[in-house]
Write a protein that binds this ligand. Sequence first.
Ligand code: SF4
Length: 160
Amino acid sequence: MENYPWWWVLWENLLNFVIWALGVWLLWPLGAGGIPIAAIGYIIVIIVFIWILLKKHNCTTCYYYDKWCHLGWGKYAALFFKKNSGNPKTGARLAVIWMILPLIPLSGAVPVMLWKGFSWMTLIVLIVFLALNIFQFAILRKRGCRRCKRRFDCAGSAAK
Ligand code: SF4
């Protein structure tokens, strides 16, 4: 696809925000003095890596710069960064954050249950968080990549 449809962009972004919100919920009890330090750290990692560094180093050098890619991030990057202003090699290295990000709430939920005691609610949120991550990585990503103009030259393509 040259430009993904609006409903696709909306749906994938909503899914991302739901996953991040569940991650924040899981980490919320980990803090000190009433400050949810772990949740704040998780939000900062998302803002810095996903919304700034990846946009700068991946999206500014991507075919979809200033276009509607499956997440609409080509358009977002064009608002804040100049075309080709990033380093694609740095971007490729930074993409590992997609693997690390789900591990933060997963590793946080265990100490939460040890510290606060077992909670069915925490367990249910943890399972939903895990299921949505698997769905996103194993199913949705493949569908997006299959329709992507970069599917044959992108190192992260799931449609080879
Ligand atoms: S092939 Fe997949 S990972 Fe690579 S740019 Fe396209 S959608 Fe993104």
